[in-house]
Design a protein around this ligand. Sequence first.
Ligand SMILES: Nc1ncnc2c1ncn2[C@@H]1O[C@H](COP(=O)(O)OP(=O)(O)OP(=O)(O)O)[C@@H](O)[C@H]1O
Length: 257
Amino acid sequence: MPSQILMQNIDMIFSSERKETHVLDNIDLTINKGEIYCLLGPSGCGKSTILKLLAGFESPTRGKVSVNQEIVKSIGPDRAVVFQTPNLFPWLTVYENVVFGLRMKKTSPGELKEKSSRFIEAVGLKGFENHYPHELSGGMQQRAAIARALVNDPTVLLMDEPFAALDAQTRSLMQELVMDVWEQFHTTILFITHDIDEAIFIGDRIGVMSRNPGRITKEYAIELPRPRKIDVITTPEFLTYKSAILKQIQEEVKTSH
Ligand SMILES: Nc1ncnc2c1ncn2[C@@H]1O[C@H](COP(=O)(O)OP(=O)(O)OP(=O)(O)O)[C@@H](O)[C@H]1O
């Protein structure tokens, strides 16, 4: 199966008049179609920079970034991004937020209706279509942001700490939501998090990064059966992954200090 996301020999150096920051060093990353790949690593190791390169917000100093066998040159509708804050338009309802991109593409009214209800339902917001963002909880806003991302049929979903601002219980519901949505649509996902449990629960593979400069030092294949439910986090298999990854991250943090 062709890899859908390919980063080869990526270096990223941010230069200003005062200094150069070597953020990414020789990153090689392959993510297969339909795979969920989680990136874990200490703050400032370059996780968001990897996502920005894939989204097309930044270009690498060296190396090749391609998605769906095409070199990434700018942003594109094949790649949707979900950030930590939902960034909904506050003056639009849930429905209007979700269909915003479809309207820009001049989608027919029938398709607009069919797609929006499919994705609003998939994220559990049926009945809230006419609510404004300020009438929703943080978790519900993030659900709307996920529906808005998915409704445009991206082949790749890039998620940057999407649940970091949520309380623990909402967060675990949202993790299950990602699993449910993934079971339905099998979108390729790059998921950035600081939370080891979240990465193991969600990911097919996990890349652990080091800092200064950022490198992917180790990858773990998570072979827990799917569909996964939250109680998997108490199984011995899960805890074995967790202890190995925790040890690796502690090593990374120690070395980078
Ligand atoms: N546009 C930029 N110009 C200069 N430096 C930048 C720029 N963007 C990011 N950096 C630097 O690159 C490094 C990596 O940043 P990045 O946001 O990718 O890290 P991260 O691993 O996502 O961090 P966190 O977990 O804290 O979100 C940081 O030192 C940051 O200051």
